[in-house]
Structure formats: structure tokens, C-alpha cells
Design a binder for this molecule. Structure first.
Ligand code: HEC
Ligand code: HEC
Ligand code: HEC
Ligand code: HEC
Length: 141
């Protein structure tokens, strides 16, 4: 094999390696694994792989999910966004009074939207438990 060919082949390999590595890193950033063990204590269901980047592309108005409420003179206003603020900062596992508990906050947001779109006959995400809480291995229980 000629020297030129060798150089060509090794740079091709580098390019392929870079593309594979870049793709892996990109995929990790695009998906958020929702497993709030620190809040729920012990998870009853498998963690949820959430395609955050895809959802953010579908809904560029981040406040669709990252809403933030403030009460002013008894009126609910949400004119600011809580991007990146964990839901658990406001929604506790055990809701007090009329406050929405954490699991319900997730389910009402995620499943609520999927269900609504399904009703409208639009392209949507899963509503069945096992399609969000995906088992990785055969159950041992
Ligand atoms: C659209 C996606 C989606 C669907 C469908 C869904 N869940 Fe969830 N669920 C979530 C998310 C997201 C969380 C928050 C997980 C976390 O952050 O740990 C959650 C949390 C939970 C939790 C509390 C955390 C834990 O594992 O103990 C339970 C229990 C749960 N879900 C059960 C169910 C059951 C039962 C169903 C079906 C009736 C269901 N879920 C359907 C997305 C979903
Ligand atoms: C379909 C719902 C949805 C949309 C739309 C959405 N997000 Fe999120 N985002 C979430 C959820 C759920 C979490 C996880 C929150 C938690 O852990 O409590 C999150 C987490 C984040 C985080 C924390 C990153 C991390 O790794 O935990 C940032 C930053 C963020 N979102 C920014 C944005 C921005 C900016 C937009 C708009 C371009 C956006 N989000 C749109 C639901 C959404
Ligand atoms: C800054 C505090 C705060 C954060 C952060 C927050 N919420 Fe809320 N959310 C509230 C308040 C306040 C309400 C009104 C009911 C209550 O007090 O629980 C509410 C209500 C809801 C409701 C009921 C429907 C509605 O819009 O009124 C859902 C669903 C919900 N939140 C989901 C989420 C999810 C999912 C996240 C994370 C992406 C999140 N929330 C982050 C404060 C917050
Ligand atoms: C405002 C509406 C809306 C909300 C809120 C929402 N989704 Fe979705 N979701 C969609 C739509 C629309 C699709 C279908 C996207 C497609 O196929 O192009 C989808 C698809 C999905 C899929 C299938 C895989 C994929 O990426 O297409 C999963 C899993 C999913 N959503 C999980 C969640 C979880 C978990 C949450 C809450 C943290 C959530 N979704 C919140 C609208 C929503």
C-alpha cells in the first residue's frame, strides 16, 4: 500500500471515529433520564428516558413545560419561565393542600399532553405506563 493511501485511510478512520464519538455525546445531551431517586426515595418504576431536545424543538415556548407561577394579589401569573428549575423544587412528593404532588405534576404534563393530542388525532407520545417506564431487563420481582 502506498504512503498516500495510508494517510488517506488513517484520516478517514479518524473522521469516522470522530463522527461516532460526536454522535454518542450528542445523544447523551439530547436525552434526560428522569429518575428522581432523591425525591421519590425508592423508584417503583423504571426511569423515564425523555427526549428533551426533540420536545424543546416541538415546543419552542419553553414555558409550555417550564411554567412558573407567582401569586400577586390572589391572581396567578406566569409571565416568567423556570427553565432548568427542577419540577421538584415546587412540586413535593406529598402535595400539601391543593398543591400538585410531583408524580402527578409529571403525569399531568407528559401524559396529559400525549392524551390530548391523541384525542385530536395528532401525532403523539406514549400514554401506557410501560412505554415511558421502559424495563431494561427482565423483571426479577
Ligand atoms: C408519558 C410518560 C409517562 C407515562 C405514560 C407514565 N408515566 Fe409514570 N412517570 C413519568 C415521569 C416522567 C415520572 C417522573 C420520574 C422520575 O423523575 O423519577 C413518573 C413517575 C412515576 C412514579 C413515581 C416514581 C417511581 O418510580 O416510584 C410512579 C409510581 C409512576 N410514574 C407510575 C406510573 C404508572 C403506574 C403509569 C401508568 C398508569 C405511568 N407511570 C405512566 C412518566 C410517565
Ligand atoms: C415537553 C416539556 C418540556 C419542554 C417543551 C422543555 N423542557 Fe426543559 N425540561 C423538561 C423536564 C421535565 C426537565 C427535567 C426537570 C426535572 O428534572 O425536574 C427539563 C430540564 C431542563 C433543563 C435542566 C437540564 C438537565 O439536564 O436537567 C434545562 C436547562 C431546560 N430543561 C431548558 C429548557 C429550554 C431552554 C426549553 C425551551 C427551548 C425547554 N427546556 C423545553 C421539560 C421540558
Ligand atoms: C416555581 C415553582 C414551580 C415549578 C418549578 C414547577 N411548577 Fe408546576 N405548578 C406550580 C404551581 C404553583 C402550580 C399550581 C398548583 C400547585 O400549587 O401545585 C403548578 C401546577 C402544575 C400543573 C397543573 C396544571 C397547571 O398548569 O396548573 C402541572 C401539570 C405542573 N405544575 C407540572 C410541572 C412540571 C412538569 C414541572 C417541571 C418541568 C413544573 N410543574 C415546575 C409551580 C411550579
Ligand atoms: C405539550 C405536549 C407534550 C408534552 C408536555 C410532552 N410530550 Fe412527549 N411527545 C409529544 C409529541 C407531539 C410526541 C411525538 C413526537 C414525534 O413522534 O414526532 C412525543 C413523543 C414522546 C415520546 C416518544 C419518543 C419520541 O421522542 O418521539 C416519549 C417517550 C415522550 N414523548 C415522553 C414524554 C415525557 C416523559 C414527557 C414529560 C416529561 C413528555 N413526553 C411531555 C408531546 C408532548
Amino acid at each position: 500500500m502506498g504512503r498516500g493511501m495510508m494517510i488517506f485511510l488513517s484520516s478517514l478512520m479518524l473522521a469516522v471515529l470522530f463522527a461516532v464519538f460526536h454522535g454518542m455525546v450528542g445523544a447523551q445531551e439530547d436525552i434526560i433520564v428522569l429518575e428522581h431517586k432523591e425525591a421519590f426515595n425508592k423508584l417503583q418504576r423504571p426511569p423515564v428516558k425523555f427526549t428533551h431536545a426533540k420536545h424543546a424543538e416541538l415546543y419552542p415556548d419553553c414555558t409550555q413545560c417550564h411554567h412558573a407561577y407567582e401569586y400577586k394579589g390572589g391572581q396567578k401569573v406566569n409571565d416568567w419561565s423556570g427553565e432548568g428549575q427542577p419540577c421538584s423544587e415546587c412540586h413535593k412528593v406529598v402535595g400539601e393542600g391543593k398543591k400538585i404532588p410531583l408524580m402527578k405534576a409529571f403525569h399531568e404534563s407528559c401524559r396529559g399532553c400525549h392524551r390530548q393530542l391523541d384525542k385530536e388525532g395528532k401525532k403523539t407520545g406514549p400514554v401506557a405506563c410501560g412505554e415511558c417506564h421502559i424495563r431494561q431487563q427482565p423483571a426479577k420481582d
